[in-house]
Design a protein around this ligand. Structure first.
Ligand SMILES: Nc1ncnc2c1ncn2[C@@H]1O[C@H](COP(=O)(O)OP(=O)(O)OP(=O)(O)O)[C@@H](O)[C@H]1O
Length: 632
């Protein structure tokens, strides 16, 4: 039987600085994996001597090469974070790999960079030594830069390992003649490259394989791709008996990850967990605020008013998370109009000298546009980034002061990662979530699944409101935001026991209010018609044409009042109708819709692997919107 060692890490993890004495006592506990434990299966021991835990890079002397210690110092990493203190020595010694869990913003990336770089520097033969797999292109790019940061500060006499970045949307390849020692990749692109036997052979003596945001990799349906990568690597392995060390990192762990670790490491894998079972998953440096709004009309007005005031504070860098690409596009345009109309300030809120940059990022943008947006967000003195889940995980931007969430997240653990974009590296930050009365049951799931408790609850009436609805949003663009938003809401209704009728009603009332079309109806087609079948006939008749409730022939959208194109004047009614039919309901450009990107197939794959059509489908729905481009 393996033993696990329970360590009280609360004090240690409370602050990023490590002056606190990390380990007071170690007591033996035989609990499951979801505890604050260091779980060493191969070297069972009942005590850890706190004096053996390294607290600064200098304490790693003799265990890590002097050149790496020098680089850490040059990078001003003067103390080690709790996860680094606890896991660096085990990671340097591990023979098969391990799982490491620590809260957001606590330095997990450097935790795997140090041992893998050590291995790459020590390597005598050509070939890839470490493979790091990340779920998004943006995160892969960030990890790449973090490696370069450490490598570039190695003393001149050291042979510097080279690093390759292999993701979709980029032309870079591993150098077949002289392979880079470290490869950072997203799964789809890597799997495609490994189909080429000579590329696969570069991995024949791989030492480390790192899965960053491991639970996310699985959550978005990458498991079959990861299995195929595994098979390609194992097929060419020069010494099949030599274990390949797999390191799994995340701030959150779910059962899928546990099963994956069993398969990809070993059934008795070691596990370092710095978050106790009963401890909130969110870092304590994050001040969580819940703003209680009446309905969607109130929510958007309150949230935009709150943001408008926050933007005008002296120090501001905020991220707004929204569930779909079209909602991101919509909010960006709407905020631009609000800024231009001078609704919340005489000066423009965005774009003018001294004011904030307004930026957006989502999976429908090209790699270079995404890189650009993130770079600008990192470098501007003040900025607001509107984003989908593509930057929910791992993305490290210094001094994000606010994270805003309009409504619920697809998964309660996503909430933890999103708020984790602030309150990083010892800094504090605010995470503000705006929920309508119908969305409120979501907080019960947050509390149960992630021990989330809001430090502050504010009623929307307590927030200074600007009359945002003086600005009318573009009808077509708002409609394109609404439909995928409904798809998203349908999924969340089941998960969080929300009332679909109320959600549809309040969102359609918002649609009417913000477009200024008091009796607008949306024409449903194909997929949406089926999805909204569960909506009551009354609601359906009130808001939809050709909807689930069986309304015959509506008159608004696609009907006479839009037929003349008086509002958008773009293509007349038939044009509107075909556009949404042909282009996929969640897209503006017509050819980026879910039908065209193979997202549905992925849903099939996901479902086959994740136990049941429903789960796979639900999860893949998000993929369709956001993660399609990773598979290229
Ligand atoms: N020992 C250290 N001293 C000072 N800063 C550090 C140290 N280790 C890491 N950092 C910095 O802390 C920040 C957060 O680190 P990192 O992005 O690795 O967090 P993380 O734990 O992976 O978070 P997430 O779960 O959100 O991915 C980065 O800016 C990183 O450079």
């Amino acid at each position: 039987m393996s033993l696990s060692i329970m360590i009280s890490l609360r004090q240690l993890s409370r602050s990023f600085a490590t002056s606190a004495r990390p380990v007071a006592t170690c007591s033996l506990r035989s609990r499951g994996l979801h505890t604050s434990t260091v779980h060493f299966n191969e070297t069972p021991s009942t005590t850890i001597d706190p004096s053996t835990i390294p607290k600064t890079p200098a304490d790693l002397e003799g265990k890590v090469s002097a050149s790496i210690i020098e680089s850490l110092k040059r990078n001003n990493f003067n103390t080690l974070t709790p996860i680094q203190q606890l896991s660096l020595l085990p990671l340097l010694k591990t023979e098969k790999g391990m799982v490491c869990r620590a809260k957001t913003g606590t330095g997990k990336t450097l935790t795997f960079i140090i041992p893998t770089l050590e291995s790459a520097i020590a390597r005598k033969t050509p070939g890839v030594d470490t493979l790091v797999v990340a779920p998004t292109r943006d995160l892969a790019q960030q990890i790449f830069e973090e490696y370069l940061k450490v490598i570039s500060k190695l003393p001149a006499k050291v042979r510097k390992p080279r690093v390759a970045l292999i993701t979709g949307g980029r032309s870079g390849r591993i150098n077949l003649r002289d392979p880079e020692a470290i490869v950072i990749a997203t799964p789809g692109r890597l799997a495609a490259d490994l189909d080429n036997r000579s590329a696969a052979e570069l991995f024949d003596s791989l030492s480390f394989r790192v899965y960053d945001e491991a639970d996310r990799l699985l959550d978005i349906g990458f498991e079959p791709t990861l299995d195929s990568i595994h098979d390609s690597i194992m097929r060419v392995r020069a010494n099949p008996d030599k274990p390949l060390k797999s390191l799994l990192f995340s701030a959150t762990i779910d059962d899928c990850m546990t099963n994956f670790a069993v398969k990809h490491i070993n059934p008795k894998y070691d596990y370092i967990n710095t978050v106790a079972d009963d401890e909130p998953n969110v870092h304590e440096n994050i001040h969580q605020i819940l703003v209680e709004c009446e309905d969607a009309i109130d929510k958007y007005q309150t949230a935009i008013s709150y943001i408008a005031d926050a933007v005008q504070e002296e120090h501001f860098r905020g991220i707004v998370f929204l569930p779909t690409k079209t909602s991101v596009d919509w909010l960006e345009d709407y905020l631009k109009q609000i800024s231009q109309a001078g609704i919340a300030s005489e000066r423009r809120l965005f774009g003018h000298k001294g004011e904030a940059q307004l930026l957006k990022i989502h999976g429908g943008m090209t790699v270079s546009r995404r890189e650009n947006a993130l770079r600008m967000f990192k470098n501007c003195p003040k900025g607001l980034l509107i984003a989908t889940d593509v930057v929910a995980r791992g993305i490290d931007v210094k001094e994000v002061t606010h994270v805003f969430q309009f409504g619920v997240s697809d998964d309660p653990l996503d909430y933890v990662h999103k708020v984790g974009r602030t309150g990083r590296a010892g800094k504090t930050g605010k995470a503000v979530t705006f929920l309508t009365t119908s969305e409120r049951p979501y907080t019960n799931t947050l509390a149960r699944r992630a021990q989330v408790s809001f430090k502050e609850m504010i009623k929307s009436s307590e927030i200074h409101q600007y009359d945002i609805y003086k600005v009318q949003a573009d009808y077509e663009e708002t409609k394109e935001f609404m439909l995928p938003n409904f798809s998203f809401l349908i999924q969340t209704c089941d998960k969080y026991r929300l009332n679909l009728n109320k959600l549809v009603e309040e969102n359609m009332e918002f649609f009417r209010r913000v477009t200024g079309e008091a009796d607008a109806k949306i024409r449903l087609s194909g997929f949406m018609k089926g999805s909204l079948k569960r909506v009551s006939r009354d609601i359906s008749d009130e808001y939809f044409v050709g909807g689930g409730g069986g309304s015959a022939g509506g008159y608004r959208d696609g009907g006479y009042s839009r037929g003349g194109g008086y509002n958008s004047g773009r293509q007349g009614s038939y044009g509107n109708y075909t556009r949404s039919d042909r282009g996929g309901y969640n897209n503006r450009g017509g050819d980026r819709g879910y039908n065209n990107r193979g997202g549905y197939n992925r849903g099939d794959r996901g479902s086959g692997n994740r136990g049941g059509y429903k789960k796979g489908y639900e999860r893949s729905s998000r993929n369709r919107d956001d993660f399609d481009d990773l598979f290229g």
